[in-house]
Design a protein around this ligand. Structure first.
Ligand SMILES: C[S@@+](CC[C@H](N)C(=O)[O-])C[C@H]1O[C@@H](n2cnc3c(N)ncnc32)[C@H](O)[C@@H]1O
Length: 531
């Protein structure tokens, strides 16, 4: 049976809004919203009701009615409310609704409201609404606005971030010799693989810095490193070090972070290594390896802004050219600068993904681990979206690469990605069950990212059976001198499967890394030499 509210007319429902009973008001409001466009004339009329309680509720509800953006009546009523209503709560709700509706016509009344509003807790809602509406009027009005407190400053910054035209006005300055150290992030546990890639590419100066980190000395420019190295997930410029930072006193922390930034030659001389169009460079500040309370972070952000502004650096957290990262370690603190203006085209072939697609940087590492000199046939029995086969094909010296997956969606994704990588002539994928031995070709290399079974713990997903079939397939089909690389977090199932084939397969190495918050393992197998 519908409740009284649900079966009432919009007119009767508006009358129900004038109550102190929050539940009754909420039910009436929901019922009004469910009337859709038919409720708008009644709501618009009620926005000049004598009761502030009704006007406040109605200003909020208009933003929830679907199709309100198409209703000049709704926009004009909210426009009047945001600029002229005597009750600040009504003006605030009207601003929020105009931001939700985000129709271009809302920019004028919001801009006018921002220039007149004096109540500090209403102004941030108006600024944020202007950010949602966007356009030139909104942009100009936000640029003119002078923040009266932290909350408003933050709201204006966020809003400007949304409306400011996106640009790519920062590039490397290649006319100057590069003289800064780089820190490269690589998959932890696979540093040697990344170092081997670096050496192969001629970057012989790279060395191990720590778990998941390589150090790249001054003579190697970043614009050479990142597009070339596929085993690197991030690149940062080393821009300063200091001792351990205490996290308890936000003012002290802010002062220490400010001092670290102010003393950084890389920051002070930004224009020596960056080509900048215009006056400013946008940055985003964050901590690595530290969690701060919101209010403490706000104190640090103020200090960072004060240091950065004179250097021409403006805070723009969702659309930035440089990431400024203060990384806290047990021995000390480091300032790192991450360039985000460069874009990363290395894995642009990834147009489609499956649920458990592998990180492409990890895929590039695994492809290096499986590579044999001959590579007469490469097989991935659970190929998913094809990342491992694509990365392996990119390494060269592989005559033919084949993939199998039981899921038609995965095969569609793999074909799309293989096509985008320009490898359709070399890599073939087909739908099929890895447990069907007839689908296994003779091969020199087998590479597989097996389902972990973490998300689908269904009894019908017989993981042990699949792992046995894959290891059995390798034992039966891999050629002498060949190599298999298996990647999973499910050690138990894999060890059980391997135990059945110790006469035929030998574990060359076992590596451990982490992905998606899980410890994951890599087995490198080779056929036992025949006696
Ligand atoms: C972890 S995902 C592989 C992800 C892949 N490396 C990628 O980056 O897209 C495991 C894949 O195994 C496939 N699979 C599960 N059981 C299979 C079976 N019996 N035969 C073949 N593929 C199977 C799933 O459909 C899934 O795509």
């Amino acid at each position: 049976m519908p409740s009284q509210a649900e079966s009432s007319s919009p007119e009767a429902l508006v009358a129900l809004l004038e109550t102190d009973d929050v539940r009754v008001q909420r039910r009436a409001g929901d019922a009004l919203v469910s009337h859709g466009l038919a409720a708008i004339p009644f709501l618009a009329e009620a926005l000049v009701h004598g009761s502030p309680t009704v006007r406040k509720a109605v200003a909020f509800l208009l933003g929830r009615v679907s199709g309100a953006a198409e209703s000049p009546r709704a926009l004009s009523a909210l426009g009047h409310a945001v600029t002229d209503d005597p009750e600040p709560k009504v003006r605030k709700n009207a601003a929020v609704s105009l931001g939700k509706i985000a129709a271009p016509a809302a920019a004028e009344p919001l801009a006018s409201a921002l220039s007149r509003e004096t109540i500090t807790w209403v102004r941030p809602s108006i600024a944020l609404a202007l950010g949602s509406v966007g356009g030139e009027t909104a942009h100009a009005s936000l640029l003119e606005a002078i923040a009266r407190d932290d909350a408003e400053h933050e709201a204006i910054r966020k809003a400007l971030d949304r409306v400011a035209p996106k640009r790519r006005a920062v590039t490397w300055r290649r006319d100057m010799p590069w003289r800064h150290d780089l820190v490269l992030t690589v998959p932890a546990g696979l540093e040697a693989v990344a170092l081997a890639e670096a050496a192969e590419l001629g970057f012989h100066a790279l060395t191990l810095l720590g778990p998941g980190q390589l150090w790249c000395p001054q003579e190697v420019p970043p614009w050479d490193v990142l597009p070339a190295m596929r085993c690197v997930s991030a690149l940062h410029i080393r821009a300063g070090v200091t001792g351990r930072l205490g996290m308890d006193e936000p003012q002290d922390l802010a002062a220490a972070v400010g001092a670290l930034l102010a003393s950084s030659p890389q920051l002070r001389e930004l224009r020596d290594w960056l080509q900048v169009e215009g006056e400013t460079i946008r940055y985003r500040f964050s901590f690595a390896n530290a969690r701060l309370r919101r209010e403490d972070l706000a104190v640090v952000l103020w200090a960072v802004r004060a240091v950065c502004r004179p250097m021409g650096l403006v805070d723009s957290p969702s659309n930035y050219d440089l990431a400024l990262v203060v990384s806290l370690g047990p021995k000390g603190t480091e300032l790192l600068i991450g360039p985000s203006f460069t874009g990363d085209e290395r894995f642009a072939y990834r147009r489609a993904a499956v649920g458990a697609s592998i990180d492409p940087v990890l895929a590039a590492c695994l492809a290096r681990l499986v590579r044999t000199k001959t590579g007469r046939g490469v097989f991935d029995p659970t190929c998913g979206s094809g990342a491992l086969l694509i990365e392996r094909a990119r390494l060269g010296a592989a005559a033919g690469l084949q993939g199998l997956d039981i899921s038609p969606t995965a095969i569609r994704a793999a074909r799309e990605n293989i096509g985008a990588a320009g490898l359709s002539g070399l890599v073939r994928v087909q739908r099929g069950d890895a447990a069907d031995r007839d689908r296994w070709p003779e091969c020199d290399e087998v590479i597989a990212n097996l389902p972990f079974g973490v998300r689908t713990r269904r009894p019908e997903a017989d993981l042990d059976g699949l792992y046995r079939a894959v290891v059995g397939g390798i034992a039966a089909r891999i050629c002498s001198g060949g190599r298999a690389v298996l990647y999973t977090s499910n050690r138990k199932s894999l060890n059980a499967a391997l135990a059945r084939h110790t006469d035929r397969l030998r574990v060359l190495d076992r590596l451990k890394t982490r992905s998606g918050g899980l410890d994951t393992h890599i087995w490198i197998l080779t056929p036992q030499d025949k006696p």
